[in-house]
Design a protein around this ligand. Structure first.
Ligand code: PGA
Ligand code: ZN
Length: 424
């Protein structure tokens, strides 16, 4: 059998779930197989993320167009990759990194590079007649992630009185992915009726969670716990909570303090914020806490992890940006015990897998994640199963760009049948 090679690589500008441009890439192989992939986009981005190339042409989409990234795929990436073997994922990614030549992918754009990188993986999976999760994960692939469903949105993802960005319901006690998904989706619907009864808004934020004006951050947590109970589940046993403070978004640049001004909780220093988190960990069934401190506050992360790391998963997102350079420092300094994994923070499939490898070797967990700006692409669902990560966040039980990933996981679970595994 002659191995297929790339015959066409094309890109176009599409819209993400917030209505802003992003990149979609199409590839075709010499045997006629086609695949496409679409790139997500964040709002509370870490400073050291790979660069999402935007046109800065104020006459189009307020400067957010991605025509240059599309052109880069056509003029700089495609000529180098045509004729290459789609099974050479690492070599292809390496090639694009070399053409880019910058540390943060600012020449080609991480959006251009990742679109191609994901499309390559999809084409190779099709060419080997395997589902993407099995192609990327291998013969032993059988574990579904626990869906950490973001049912209350705050911070940069909503215009409400909640400082912390994400409040997730985590179905740790379920026997399968579909039962877990049902538990948290039911909780989401009960939460809606509780908010209605209280006269609070049931409008949703960027990731599909409710975004009302709670009286405090604690009120948000307590209302979710009430929803879990009313839905017939036991908090801490059936469903636990995961938080993403996204603390970089309320950190003050000038003095390293934190300003919880949306809720009116006011300013506090690192020590006070860590103490506040501790009182919540004692009081509420919190199992995982992401970005409890800002991306520059390495010392704060270290203190937080030293105090609570044996009780909960401490996840670094903005601080590590899926980059092995920062993850290595975190492992050395004990800054966390888990890494949030976002493909577009680093910009290639291969480097994302490297980040995960580093976590595994250190005995750290890793938490697969969508972005707040998403598309209908379900790559992440297959990727999460392939990486055996154990948990995933893909937003709430609303907005089709979020549900598409959960639905794809339902399909995968059905395909795996009795061989499917599920646990926290
Ligand atoms: P983002 O948010 O996609 O807007 O960066 C997700 C997160 O902070 O985890
Ligand atoms: Zn985050």
């Amino acid at each position: 059998m002659t191995r297929p090679t790339f015959s066409t690589i094309q890109a176009m500008e599409i819209l993400d779930s917030r209505g802003f441009p992003t990149v979609r890439v199409f590839v075709e192989l010499s045997n006629g197989i086609r695949a496409s992939a679409s790139v997500p986009s964040g709002a509370s981005t870490g400073e050291n993320e790979a660069v999402e190339l935007r046109d800065q042409d104020q006459n189009r989409y307020f400067g957010k167009g991605v025509c240059q990234a599309v052109t880069n795929v056509h003029q700089l990436i495609a000529p180098a990759l045509l004729g290459m073997d789609p099974f050479d994922q690492a070599l292809i990614d390496q090639q694009m990194i070399a053409i880019d030549g910058t540390k943060n992918k600012s020449k080609l754009g991480a959006n251009a590079i990742l679109g191609v990188s994901m499309a390559v993986a999809k084409a190779a999976a099709k060419a080997s007649h395997l589902p993407l999760y099995r192609y990327l994960g291998g013969a032993g692939t059988r574990r579904l992630p626990v869906p950490c469903m973001n049912i209350v949105n705050g911070g940069a993802h909503a215009d409400n009185s909640v400082d912390f960005q994400e409040f997730m319901a985590v179905p740790i006690g379920a026997s399968s992915f579909c039962e877990g998904l049902r538990a948290v989706a039911e909780t989401f619907h009960v939460l809606k009726s509780i908010l209605n009864q209280r006269g609070l808004s049931t409008g949703i934020g960027d990731e599909g969670g409710f975004a009302p004006n709670f009286s405090s951050n604690e009120d948000a947590i307590e209302t979710i716990i009430q929803a879990i109970e009313q839905a017939g589940y036991k908090p801490g046993e059936d469903i636990s909570l995961a938080l993403d403070s996204a603390a970089s978004s309320f950190a003050l640049k000038e003095n390293g303090e934190y300003d919880l001004n949306r809720s009116g909780a006011g300013r506090m220093d690192r020590g006070q914020l860590i103490k506040l988190a501790g009182s919540w960990i004692d009081k509420y069934p919190i199992i995982s806490w992401e970005d409890p401190l800002a991306e520059h506050d390495w010392e704060g992360f270290q203190q937080f992890t030293a105090r609570y790391g044996d009780k909960i998963e401490v996840v670094g997102d903005d601080i590590f940006v899926t980059n092995t350079e920062y993850i290595a420092r975190g492992i050395k300094e004990g800054s966390a015990n888990s890494v949030l994994i976002k493909l577009n923070q680093i910009g290639t499939v291969t480097e994302t897998i490297e980040a995960i490898r580093m976590c595994r070797e250190a005995g750290w967990r890793y938490f697969l994640s969508h972005r707040s700006g998403e598309t209908e692409d379900t790559f992440l669902a297959d990727f999460s199963v392939a990486m055996d990560g154990g948990h995933l966040k893909s937003g709430s039980a609303s907005r089709s760009e979020r549900i598409a990933k959960y639905n794809r996981l339902l399909e995968i679970e059905q395909e795996l049948g009795t061989t499917a595994m599920y646990y926290w």
